[in-house]
Design a protein around this ligand. Sequence first.
Ligand code: IDP
Ligand code: MG
Length: 140
Amino acid sequence: MKERTFTMIKPFAVQKGFIAPILDDIHNGGFKIIAIKMKQLTQEHAQLFYDIHKDKAFYNTLVDFMSSGPVVAVVLEKDNAVEDYRKLIGNTDPQKAEKGTIRSKYAKDITHNAVHGSDSIENAKTEICFFFSETEIYSI
Ligand code: IDP
Ligand code: MG
């Protein structure tokens, strides 16, 4: 069944020039891009996006990092998109990410881990709405 997931190329990967190679891996993974935008998150936006982690020790570092430069927000479509995209990006910690995964290839460390990927269909919907209005998402 066609499913949507949400990804964000994080500031470190954008600064390093990894937008194109990451989108290439996404394409080769069989995902269709149905919405895309570059955006600078404010501290408040980043806090809200990662609200689920607000009690974690790494929260402030994460918020500072995520608002340190532009991100690329992307809506992806594919059968089983949520689970398959998590497989394509690999473990949160790039040291533990399987060889060939996006995080193993483009991340610096666990904070600067190249990309975000939704962890459930429900969260994908919320995260897509966070960045895109219905008219910015295309049927391709
Ligand atoms: P995920 O991105 O693989 O879903 P989450 O546990 O949802 O991982 O954490 C959100 C983000 O917070 C991670 O992508 C990473 O940037 C950061 N993060 C998670 N765990 C740690 C940690 O132990 N130290 C520093 N940053 C972390
Ligand atoms: Mg997560």
